[in-house]
Design a protein around this ligand. Structure first.
Ligand code: CO
Length: 442
């Protein structure tokens, strides 16, 4: 079998990775951008609440609750006979979210009152030109309507305390109280102005609506700096949200590029991984197994789902920890992935990753077929292991899973970095996986 070559007669994702990263400052934007790209590549939009008629070989995309996406191409055979090939990633990243009454006043400033979402490295959020993105729900003449909102220009910043007023900062580290020290300033409060009203006015201006029409919002902060190639030869990619929009990009590119096969190919992009996935949009949701049931039923009878799952596999794609040049001791020496040296297979004896002998071997075999080196990651025995959507979907649907990801540094910083060349390598391997021309080993 030969490596997959991009073919001129196959559709391709029409956004490169930096464009995709910049277009997705919130999970709602990332999901909308993914749906738009799938539609431009010929995928037909389905709605959860409609009846579905699915045709063999055709491609479909579903937006679930605004921030989770499933893009899939029906197999030539029913899932009961040829299974699913699934790739999973997540649309959310750690950040700071506005509270329902988002205005504070202090020392003549108007500030956004924020709550921490997930586990950001808080110190990286200070002294950045930040803005807001997410979604707002509006009263439109008595009915509620939801719209995306994004302010492009820098709007606010969390300023560090001068070193003269906090002399120990370099010895002790920058310590920020989550309740008191993270509120970004929107500038100065006018005399007599109400800070909540001022904050809501700003949000309404971004949403191009009247402030009195705002009924609800899911809005977070983001860094307005764009993705950029860095390094002597531009071999690094620095950006916000590489964890995990880089994997969403690879998964989406793969499901668009993969040729029709007997198996049904699906890319799942889930929200809420960073807060545990236990939501209506998260990987734990019954929606995931429900969608597989729905596809299996449409293609060949309700009783066929367990049969289909036995012939299926999930590649859970989430970014991996590259060995850090200034902290090499944080890695186990022979399981220390490097940037630009290929996708990482993640293994954990306590099964915080879904990888086992067969699923790991299968992914490594796909890498070999595509001429891509594969790397290995096991966390040090004295460090806690992160997790991914892999074990969640594996347990929820009983699907055999491998956990993989491209190596990166600065994970959960407001600005992360990965290897420029790993992106295309991962896309190739995921495309080969979804092409399903290599039989599963069970
Ligand atoms: Co992640």
């Amino acid at each position: 079998m030969k490596p997959t070559k991009p073919r001129a007669d196959r559709p391709a994702l029409d956004l490169d990775l930096p464009q995709f990263l910049d277009a997705g400052p919130s999970p709602y934007h990332a999901a909308a951008v993914a749906v738009g790209a799938a539609v431009r590549a010929g995928f037909q939009v389905l709605y959860d609440g409609d009846p579905w008629t699915l045709e063999a070989g055709r491609a479909y995309v579903v937006l679930h609750n605004g921030s989770t996406v499933a893009a899939f191409r029906m197999g030539r055979k029913a899932p009961a006979d040829a299974g699913f090939r699934l790739v999973g990633a997540h649309t959310d990243s750690p950040n700071l979210r506005l509270k329902p009454r988002p205005g504070l006043a202090s020392a003549g400033h108007v500030l956004f009152d924020v709550e921490v979402y997930g586990s950001p490295i808080l110190a990286t959020w200070v002294d950045r030109d930040l803005s807001i993105a997410g979604r707002v729900t509006l009263d439109r003449g008595g009915t509620l309507a939801t719209a995306l909102v994004r302010m492009d220009e820098p709007l606010c910043r969390i300023s560090t305390l001068a070193i003269h007023l906090g002399r120990g900062v370099n010895e002790d580290g920058l310590k920020l109280d989550k309740h008191r020290h993270l509120a970004p300033s929107l500038g100065q409060l006018a005399a007599g102005e109400d800070p909540t009203r001022a904050a809501l006015d700003t949000l309404a201006r971004a949403a191009e609506c009247e402030v009195d029409d705002l009924r609800g919002f899911d809005v977070g902060l983001y860094d307005t700096a764009k993705a950029a190639y860095v390094g002597r030869n531009g071999e690094l990619l620095a950006s916000a949200r590489l964890d995990n929009l880089a994997s969403c990009h690879a998964a989406l590119a793969a499901v668009i590029a993969a040729p029709p096969s007997d198996a049904t190919a699906i890319a799942f992009l889930f929200d809420h991984e960073e807060v545990g996935s236990q939501t209506a949009e998260g990987a734990s949701s019954a929606w995931t197994a429900g969608l597989l049931q729905r596809i299996a039923t449409a293609a060949g009878g309700a009783a066929s789902l367990p049969q289909a799952l036995a012939r299926s596999m999930l590649v859970s794609a989430d970014m991996a920890h590259a060995v850090h040049p200034n902290h090499p001791e944080k890695h186990d020496g022979v399981h220390a992935p490097r940037l630009n040296e290929g996708p990482v297979v993640k293994t954990n004896a306590s099964r915080r990753y879904g990888t086992d002998a067969e699923t790991g071997a299968y992914f490594r075999a796909l890498c070999r077929l595509e001429g891509v080196p594969a790397q290995e990651f096991v966390t040090r025995a004295d460090l806690a292991c992160g997790s991914t959507i892999g074990p969640i979907v594996a347990a929820g649907a009983g699907i055999r899973t491998v956990d993989v990801g491209n190596p990166m540094l600065s994970m959960h910083s407001v600005r992360e970095v990965c290897g420029r060349h790993d992106a295309a390598a991962m896309t190739r391997v995921l495309t080969r996986f979804l092409a399903a021309d290599v039989p599963l080993p069970w």
